[in-house]
Design a protein around this ligand. Structure first.
Ligand code: FPP
Length: 243
């Protein structure tokens, strides 16, 4: 990368919020907003690949989303199955490796099989790693990692805990984006966001297009990441560093 070019975050994580409001504003059922959300996700994956982002993690269904109306929960499950059938071949062609992160034990066997199939089909791809957090919660991940260590008698340290997490296969996110105007983490990647740059957009997720993603990346490039140090110790900062 030449001097003056914005630095691209290696790992971008996104809370795709605002699908319901997007639909309600148009007098459509909420699930129509989630469908539009899949379109936005497809475009976002493509754009991340083009920009050189190596890892994209998205929050598709949280541990708390089970509390939504049954119709919306079943709509999201169906949408997942449909999206996998429709999108995986093209994503595979674009070199995207898909992995699901979350508690699969509560998912229907058919859904679990769909996840495993998508993972197996794309396992050898290296251009962009797409983590889809589904039935995921940050607290669930910390607790399941601690339980694994306790069961095997492994001492609990920051390093061992980190290694037992469902997100251990990727480095922590550099940039976390939340759309939809809310400014909170909502149990997403609690452990991993310790030093992430946070970016909040008022756009509803279905409206979050390539230009909006570029704006988030440009904002990230303007930040100075200090990781607990002072400014003089980190210049040029990882976010501003040029190759
Ligand atoms: C939050 O918007 C969004 C979700 C709970 C689901 C996100 C899912 C997608 C973008 C579809 C892609 C997912 C699959 C199945 C691969 P919200 O419903 O909370 O919106 P609101 O805040 O406007 O109500």
């Amino acid at each position: 990368m030449t001097s003056g070019m914005p630095v691209i975050p290696h790992h971008v994580a996104i809370v795709m919020d605002g699908n319901g409001r997007w639909a309600t504003k148009r007098f459509l059922p909420r699930v129509a907003g989630h469908k539009k959300g899949v379109d936005a996700l497809r475009a976002c994956v493509r754009h991340c690949g083009e920009r050189g982002v190596k890892v994209l993690t998205v929050f598709a269904f949280s541990s708390e989303n089970w509390n939504r109306p049954a119709e919306e929960v079943s709509g999201l499950m169906e949408l997942l199955a449909l999206a996998l059938a429709r999108e995986v071949p093209a994503l595979h062609g674009e070199g995207v490796r898909i992995q699901f992160v979350g508690n699969r034990s509560a998912l229907a066997p058919k859904v679990r099989a769909g996840l495993a199939q998508a993972e197996a089909a794309t396992a050898a791809n290296v251009r962009l790693q797409l983590n889809i957090c589904f039935n995921y919660g940050g607290r669930w991940d910390i607790a399941q990692a601690a339980a694994q260590l306790a069961a095997s008698g492994t001492p609990i340290t920051e390093q061992s805990l980190h290694g037992a997490m469902a997100m251990a296969h990727v480095p922590d996110p550099d940039l976390v984006i939340r759309t939809g105007g809310e400014q909170r983490i909502s149990n997403f990647l609690l452990w991993q966001v310790a030093y992430s740059e946070l970016y909040f957009s008022d756009k509803l997720w279905p409206d979050f297009d390539a230009a909006a993603l570029d704006a988030a990346i440009a904002d990230y490039a303007s930040r100075e990441r200090r990781f607990g140090k002072v400014s003089g110790q980190v210049a040029p900062s990882p976010a501003k560093k040029v190759a």
